[in-house]
Design a protein around this ligand. Structure first.
Ligand code: PBG
Length: 325
């Protein structure tokens, strides 16, 4: 027999050897659980295109977050599902100290002070136009949107949010929100910037969950073109200069190259968002019996981490952490 000195398979021979040479591991502490909150009591309203996901009323939200936290998930990211009657062109409800989201933040911090509560800063759940900015004559106005984002972030910080996450992609919003938070005495509240957020069709199920789809037009004048990666680095650099504590790439699995490029170029922590459409895709194939849902979810999250993400927002966070997939 010819000798073959180099045999990579030797390092894969047993699970114990594989565990020694493993380069990346996935643990619950890498995960952030995005949660939808709805008014009412004892509510678990299913979301059709996101099997296993619900809009929870605040009481259930606290129970669910506690189970996730007890299983090792350190953080949740909150999104309010509001009735149309509370939406208007200027997203006024977003600054209401008595609003649904603000109550949910207080409930969570009271029950679970160690849980990190991340809140989204963007107009869309509150906007009758379904856009992340102020709309005038079909145009999304940048500078007119910034003060609304700042008020929203301050209301969230006052309620107890640990980290605010601007997801709107307006220019200059991180710096604007940072200054506003500092001026209001919230210098300890962090900013997780949705820096490279693409105009993606993978957000469809999320918009169903919040009934927040744009009433007209699309988000291409503010969210990024899926064709671009250098532009993502520019966005990330700007957000860091403006004071972002962490940056995000979104979606995740179709954008692993972007995650890797960002990781290679910055020293701040990098988050990736496995968005609603990614989750829906894997769950749908699982339901049809075409894929092993638990295995593909874990593999996809491991791959996102391997690409360079320090933390991952995923709707599967609790299921992965408790081991049910
Ligand atoms: C809103 C926001 C969106 C998501 C997170 N924050 C939707 C959008 O930009 O239209 C998408 C999350 C997901 O699809 O899971 N600014």
């Amino acid at each position: 027999m010819a000798t073959l000195p180099v045999r990579p398979r030797r390092n894969r021979a047993t699970e114990s050897i594989r565990s020694l040479v493993r380069e990346t591991t996935l643990t619950p502490s890498d995960l952030i659980w995005p949660l939808f909150v709805v008014d009412g009591e004892n509510e678990r309203v299913p979301i059709g295109s996101m099997p296993g996901c619900f809009r929870f009323s605040r009481d259930i939200l606290v129970q669910e977050a506690r189970e996730a936290f007890d299983s090792g998930v350190p953080a949740v990211a909150l999104f309010p599902a509001l009735p149309e009657s509370l939406k208007d062109p200027l997203a006024k409800e977003s600054a209401n100290p008595d609003g649904l989201l603000q109550h949910a933040i207080r409930d969570l911090k009271e029950a679970l002070p160690e849980l990190t509560v991340i809140t989204d800063v963007a107009m869309d759940p509150y906007s009758s136009d379904g856009h992340d900015g102020v709309v005038r004559d079909g145009e999304i106005l940048n500078d007119e949107t910034l003060p609304i984002l700042a008020e929203m972030a301050i209301a969230q910080a006052l309620a107890g949010a640990d980290i605010v996450a601007p997801s709107d992609m307006m220019d200059g919003r991180v710096g604007y929100v940072r200054a506003a938070l500092d001026e209001a005495g919230h210098e300890r509240v962090g900013i997780l910037a949705y820096s490279a957020k693409y105009a993606s069709a993978f957000y469809g199920p999320f918009r169903e969950a919040l009934e927040s789809a744009p009433k007209s037009g699309d988000k291409k004048t503010y969210q990024m073109d899926p064709a671009n990666v250098r532009e993502a680095l520019r966005e990330v650099m700007l957000d860091i200069e403006e004071g972002a504590d962490m940056v995000m790439v979104k979606p995740a699995m179709p954008y692993l190259d972007v995650i890797a490029a960002v990781r290679a170029n910055v020293d701040v922590p990098v988050a990736a968002y496995q968005v609603s459409g990614e989750y829906a895709m894997l769950k749908a194939a699982g339901r049809l019996g075409w894929l092993d849902e638990d295995k593909v979810l874990r593999e996809s999250l491991l791959a996102i981490k391997r690409a360079g993400a320090d933390m991952i927002l995923t709707y599967a966070a609790k299921a992965i952490a408790v081991g049910a997939g």
